[in-house]
Design a protein around this ligand. Sequence first.
Ligand SMILES: N[C@@H](CCC(=O)N[C@@H](CS)C(=O)NCC(=O)O)C(=O)O
Length: 213
Amino acid sequence: MASRFTLNGFWRSSPTYKVGLMLALAGEPFDYVSVNLSEGEHKKPDFLARQRYGQVPLLEDSNNGRRLCQAAAILDYLADVTGKFGGATLDERLSAREWMYWDYDKLAHGIYRSRAAKLGFRTFPEPVAAAYVAEGEAGLAVLEAHLKSRDWLVGEGPSIADIDIYGVVAYAEAGGFALENYPALGAWMKRFEALPGFGRPEDILPKQSRIAA
Ligand SMILES: N[C@@H](CCC(=O)N[C@@H](CS)C(=O)NCC(=O)O)C(=O)O
């Protein structure tokens, strides 16, 4: 049977990983279409017609024809349609959203840009690179302080906030960040990695397109 969801993404993309991770943890099989960013496939008219920003991820829901952009908004949608990871109450859902907005404001850029610099995808003048490292460290410190006294970011169990933020922190070491300096964050990562359905980026995102088994 055809899968309900098709994830269009790129294997090196952290926002694509967030969505794949959510689907895997929710036990939703999905077809995967590789959009080769290196070859500019995300800027071609047929893709732009489906993803207005010319970015990955793009999630298509065949039950209703929806095409969804922006990883955080997609996680929010998937929490609604699967009934999973949306938080136990409205207050938890609001907190989860707050963490997702915070992530893109204060965490992701420092980690992503430092990783891009380490992998040689981007080059920055030294003070700019140092500012990204400082931003990443500051974001990790916020998470460390929050997770010292709790198991999950919001409420008593994992939510879309944990999925969203794990999807960034998973790339921190590749950005040169020493996670051993953040023990509460490290313990949270281990709890998260023990969830049924969890997979690392290379397990969840193939390099080629794939129809769900
Ligand atoms: N805020 C977006 C960011 C998506 C994003 O930056 N995607 C990158 C790949 S990781 C991309 O498509 N880059 C190509 C471009 O922006 O032209 C989200 O969370 O979905």
